[in-house]
Design a protein around this ligand. Structure first.
Ligand SMILES: NC(=O)c1ccc[n+]([C@@H]2O[C@H](COP(=O)([O-])OP(=O)(O)OC[C@H]3O[C@@H](n4cnc5c(N)ncnc54)[C@H](OP(=O)(O)O)[C@@H]3O)[C@@H](O)[C@H]2O)c1
Length: 293
């Protein structure tokens, strides 16, 4: 206020008496323009601050993200576990048979839990302290079994994860195969029901991967079967037959295969990168995000 009056007096331009008296009035009554509350506040500000001694709080160092892989002992699940461990995450798995009977170093680093997605109560404790879930649970059988294992089982897991406040959930689903869908009705209906549940419960952190055929090494008992022997040459044939994929019925059947390493890489990234876009990632998206040619 003082400077407003001084500025007016020092000003080289003529100052009208009314402007000068208004400035003086403003200076003298500056507090009169303040509300009762504001005046009380200004009184409080003038009083010296009472500084209370802060209590020392022990804060635990941030722990690395813990990922829960559902079906971590399966073909895709085991590669997801390895990819997540390599990236430095703490990894837990939940599947019906628990730890697989193999002596590989990655398997010793996974926290194995026995549980059944069809019994949702058995999942609650396992989901504690988990930052993201990746479900690799699915399978084939009778129509009703396929619906249960691809649909109901995953829907149960999505609901428990959402109730627990887990932020991200990745579901390894499957590409649409057009006519074949009719032959495997329970499989596809189950997949699509689980996808719908994921999109509604995890609007911002739900990612659906839709690979076609996945090639890589699958363990059958103690034997490793190199599915790559089928997958890779098939991929080469499909690449040279690209125009065929534009035909409405043949196209879906010729969805190019992806490597299990690519699926695992994208699954872990989708589960841990907060800016990975939610929604459906088709086979071409899996290839692009993983850098697979
Ligand atoms: N392989 C492919 O070419 C391919 C292609 C497209 C999409 N996919 C999809 O990718 C996902 C993984 O396929 P995959 O080939 O890795 O299958 P997989 O080898 O048969 O693995 C299935 C996993 O699910 C677990 N599981 C089954 N029922 C369960 C239940 N009720 N509760 C808890 N865990 C259960 C199994 O372990 P336990 O038996 O110990 O419970 C196993 O770990 C599936 O959803 C599949 O549809 C696969």
């Amino acid at each position: 206020m003082k400077s407003a009056v001084t500025r007016l007096l020092r000003s080289s331009s003529p100052v009208s008496p009314s402007r000068l008296s208004a400035a003086i009035l403003l200076k003298n009554n500056s507090k009169a323009f303040l509300s009762e509350d504001a005046r009380n506040d200004s009184k409080q500000v003038e009083e010296p601050f009472k500084v209370e001694e802060a209590e020392t709080v022990k804060v635990a160092p941030p722990s690395p993200d813990k990922l829960l892989v559902l079906g971590g002992n399966g073909f895709v699940g085991s590669h997801v576990c390895k990819e997540a461990l390599d990236a430095g995450f703490t990894v837990a798995s939940l599947n019906r048979s628990g730890k697989p009977p193999i002596s590989e170093s990655w398997a010793d680093k996974v926290i194995w839990n026995q549980g059944n997605l069809l019994e949702p109560d058995s999942l609650k404790d396992t989901m504690e302290g988990v930052s993201a879930v990746i479900s690799c649970v699915g399978g084939f059988g009778s129509d009703s079994y396929m619906y249960k294992i691809n649909g109901t089982a995953n829907i149960n897991a999505i609901r428990v994860a959402s109730d627990k406040g887990i932020k991200r959930f990745v579901y390894v689903s499957a590409a649409d195969f057009g006519l074949v869908n009719y032959l495997l009705q329970g499989y596809y209906e189950g997949k699509r029901a689980a996808e719908a549940e994921l999109l509604s419960k995890f609007t911002y952190g739900g990612v659906i991967l839709r690979p076609g055929f996945i090639h890589g090494t699958r363990r059958v008992g103690s034997v490793k079967v190199p599915l790559g022997l089928i997958g890779s040459p098939m991929q080469m044939v499909l690449q040279s037959a690209k125009p065929l994929t534009r035909l409405p019925l043949v196209g879906p059947l010729l969805t190019p295969p992806v490597s299990v390493a690519s699926v695992a890489k994208v699954a872990v990234r989708a589960a841990t990168d907060p800016v990975f876009p939610p929604g459906i990632v088709d086979v071409y998206g899996i290839m692009r995000y993983s850098g697979q040619k």
